[in-house]
Design a protein around this ligand. Sequence first.
Ligand SMILES: [Mg+2]
Length: 122
Amino acid sequence: MAKHILIVDDSKTVRNLVAFIMKKEGFKVTMAEDGLDGLEKLYASTGIDLIISDINMPRMDGYTFIKTVREQDNYRDVPIVVLSTEGQEKDIQAGLNLGANMYMVKPAQPEKMLRNVKMLLG
Ligand SMILES: [Mg+2]
């Protein structure tokens, strides 16, 4: 069965681009437009295998989203990749400290994104 990836980003352009890259590779994709929407979509889906999340988003940012996901036993182990324009060391550390497995700075090369996603999916 196809692995299911949740893409959380307030930019429709980024969401659609990442979704295109993942779908082309055979992954199933669900999209959310901010952290709150991401939580709703996560709870509504039975098998999210990996999350790709932005940081700067309205309503609920990526830091709060990741923290909330990680606080729950059910989602303690789901791989999370941050995809953000914020590329400073403090941003990267904050993301990783909250429980993200990987931090990628936009714009990320599709090949590199796919390589990382596949690695995290084992
Ligand atoms: Mg954003």
